[in-house]
Every structure is written in C-alpha cells, then in structure tokens.
Design a protein around this ligand. Structure first.
Ligand code: AMP
Length: 420
C-alpha cells in the first residue's frame, strides 16, 4: 500500500514537472531553529537533538579544534522534524535558482518527540513538495498556489480517497501581520486571564498561535477575536482572490477557514490543510502554505515559495478498502512434490518469473495438503504441482484455487495459460 501511494505520488508529481530531491536525515540544529522557528512546538519540545562527538587530538587528548571545525565535532545536530528547511538550505547552498523555477519533492522519514497514538508517531513519513525560485520565474504567482492545490486534489483522487476537505486561508504578509497582531493583543488583553496556560504564553510570545488552541473552554473566546482576513492589504487580497478563482475554474472544492494560521513571520499569504473525516482526532492528512520570506531568513536570496507536507502514515490509513486490490497476489504457487523435486520446481519458477508472473515457491518436504494451505494463505490464483510423473511427461498439474478446475499443461504453455 505504501508503494502504491509513493508510486502514485511520483507519477502525479512528474506530470507537474517536479523533480525529486533527497536531503540528509539530519542537519544542524540551527537550521531548524531558524527555519521552523524557536517558538514552535516542534523546535521548543519535539526535536531529537544531540551534540556531535568532538574529535580528540591524538597528542593531548584535548578536543582538536581544527578537526572539530572540519568534521563538525561538537556541533549540535538534529534529526529532521520536517523537510522544507532542508530543501531551502539545499536551494541556497547549491544555488538552485540557476535552474529558474524549482519544483522539488522529497519522500522520507521525519522525527518528532511526541506522545505516540493512532496516526501520530515519533518516526513518521512525509511526502513533501515545494515550488521555489526567483519571483522573476513566477514563484510568487497565485497560479503556483492553485497549481499545487490542484495537484494535491489530483493525487488524492488518484489514490481513491474520497471525502477530503480543503481548508484555505490567507495569512497576509508581514505588513498585515503587524496591524493584526496589535488588534489581537488588544482583544486578548481583557480575556486572556480566562484562557488555558498555553494561550497565556502565546498571547505574550506569538498571539497568532492562539488560533491553534484546541481547548474547548477557550473556543467561545477565540471565536470573538479579530481575524487576519480583516487585515489583508490590497495585493494580498488580490493574490488570495486569484487563487480562489483559479480553483473554482478548475473545479476544486474548498472552504475558507480564517482560523487557519501559521505563526511564523516568513509564512505569507496562502495557508491550507486537507482533512479527512475518517481519521478521528488526528484528521489532518496534509498541510502547507506559502513562505515568501524563508530563503532570506536562512541567509539566501529572495525566493518566494510554497509547499506542503503530506503525512504518509495517515494517507495510507485513509485509503479506501478498494485500494487493497493493488496488492499483487501470486499468480501461481509452485508446489514441489516428493524428494528431489526442489530443483525441478525452482527451474519452473524461474521460467515463469521470466515471463513476469508473480510466483511463490514451496518445498519438497511439504505434503500436498500443506502446499495447498500455503498457496491459499498466499492468495495465489493457481497451484502448480511438480512431481516425478509431471517432470517425466514435461506437463504439469495446474489447479485454479478459486474454481477448483484442474488441467494438465505442457511446460511451454504454462505462462500463457496462467496469464489467461
Ligand atoms: P506539519 O509538518 O506539522 O505541517 O505536518 C504535516 C502533516 O504531517 C500532518 O498533516 C500530518 O498528516 C503529518 N504528521 C505530522 N506529525 C506527525 C506525527 N508525529 N505522526 C504522523 N504524522 C504526522
């Protein structure tokens, strides 16, 4: 099922001209502190971070400064909790802007120290895609946002996942955010005392994140707070309108959710999430948004970008039952019957596998009953009996396990008969 998801994703991404990028599993801690943000839960409590062992000087046994510099000894390293920071680091380090507009994707494990539960793991898998490049290549255009969202809808449809819901918001730009933050602080002042401890902390450090609160008692208060949508400047409003217009034109349904925020300065404009009803509490299959200021925050050139991360574990969990039909069952189970038949069975299996059939193989020590049980358990369509008589006649007993029909088939006709 995982292969089905990844093959489908690669196939869909190819149609939109994305290329794969593979970034390291760990990076310097500093990258995530800056790229994800010190105040986020991810950086504040969830990262697996360690001090890399420093090199000792062979003469003094003291840390060898030069070697540590070169080899990264003594450096703080972190297992990647998400992919975007590493991809943008690679974009900057390898000057990927020389290639104009970059459409990149990455599939692999991410690590967060969280309390494991259904749909939430400490090592989980993300399918991540980013569009990043100089604004002159059109990377800031609302056409890119819509292209990315339409690609996601196509992917979910191709996987047979029905009942997804696309929630959309615009978080504006740093200009809008300043006015909004002021209004938000003012509105929070008289009520924050009645809110949860997390919200009290957020109200001071990053009031926008109050909207992430899931505590039921806080919800009526949050409902009355001002929304970023009331503070968008003209260019941001037009950008967001255009994204919605294109989505409507290509027939992608969405709903607006002005509580959807991302609490970091370089997250700009479009923010989105796809949810799925069947998943329960952890119902977000993927999230993403625009980050026009991220490259600069990491010391790179201006490079507007937009991306998403799909939680692959959750995506696999939301596949419909029908997707199990992609699981390839053996076409035939080759049963060696009697001493000395393993070699003959292996030879037949080799011939059939060369014909691109999926073949499972038994053992001459199995009695016929055990071979039938093994073939049935493997879900094979046919069982092929390889005994002394069959080898002599060069024709083999082939039994359809569903219908029970059994025929004797000459060696040269086996592949064709099984495929039919
Ligand atoms: P985020 O990078 O936090 O925006 O998450 C993107 C997606 O990754 C989410 O929508 C989830 O589907 C998935 N995800 C995040 N954290 C976990 C986790 N600990 N275990 C499984 N999936 C996760």
């Amino acid at each position: 099922m995982w292969n089905f998801v990844e093959e489908t994703a690669r196939d869909v991404f190819r149609a939109y001209n994305f290329q794969e990028i593979r970034t390291p599993i760990f990076e310097s801690t500093e990258l995530f502190a800056r790229g994800v943000g010190e105040e986020t839960d991810i950086v504040a409590k969830e990262m697996y971070t360690w001090e890399d062992r420093s090199r000792k000087s062979p003469l003094t046994d003291a840390p060898h400064e030069a070697a540590a510099d070169v080899l990264g000894g003594g450096q703080s390293l972190t297992l990647r909790p998400e992919a975007t920071a590493g991809i943008v680091r690679a974009y900057i380090e390898h000057k990927l802007w020389d290639r104009g507009l970059n459409k990149l994707y990455c599939i692999g494990p991410m690590f967060r120290r969280e309390r494991p539960q259904k749909g939430r793991y400490r090592q989980f898998y993300q399918i991540d895609a980013e569009i990043i490049g100089p604004a002159s290549a059109g990377s800031d255009s609302p056409a890119r946002d819509a292209e990315l969202l339409e690609m996601l809808a196509t992917l979910l449809d191709r996987l047979g996942i029905a009942g997804w819901n696309l929630e959309l918001n615009s978080v504006g730009c740093p200009n809008d955010r300043e006015a909004f933050n002021q209004a938000l602080r003012k509105a929070l002042e008289p009520v924050v005392g009645q809110m949860c401890a997390d919200c009290q902390r957020r109200a001071v450090t990053n009031p926008l994140r109050v909207f992430d609160c899931k505590v039921p008692a806080d919800q009526p208060i949050i409902e009355k707070l001002p929304r970023i949508s009331q503070f968008l400047d003209e260019p941001c409003r037009r950008h967001f309108d255009e994204v919605q217009q294109i989505l409507t034109k290509v027939g992608i349904p969405f709903s607006l959710n002005d509580r959807l925020v991302r609490g970091l300065d370089y997250y700009t404009r479009t923010a989105f999430e796809f949810t799925h009803g069947a998943l329960g509490a952890q119902n977000a299959i993927l999230g993403g948004g625009r980050y026009d200021g991220l490259s600069e925050a990491l010391g790179g050139p201006p490079a507007p970008g937009i991306g998403f991360a799909i939680g692959e574990d959750r995506l696999v969990m939301s596949l419909p039952q029908s997707a199990e039909s992609v699981l390839k069952k053996p076409d035939v189970y080759v049963a060696a019957l009697g001493t000395g038949m393993n070699g003959e069975a292996a030879r037949l299996a080799r011939e059939l596998r060369r014909e691109n059939l999926v073949v499972d193989l038994g053992d001459e020590g199995f009695r016929l009953k055990k071979s039938f049980e093994a073939a049935t358990r493997a879900g094979a369509k046919y069982i092929l009996i390889v005994g002394e008589n069959e080898v002599k006649a060069d024709a083999f007993a082939l039994k359809n396990l569903a219908s029970g029909e059994q025929v004797s088939v000459p060696r040269g006709e086996l592949a064709q008969k099984i495929r039919a």
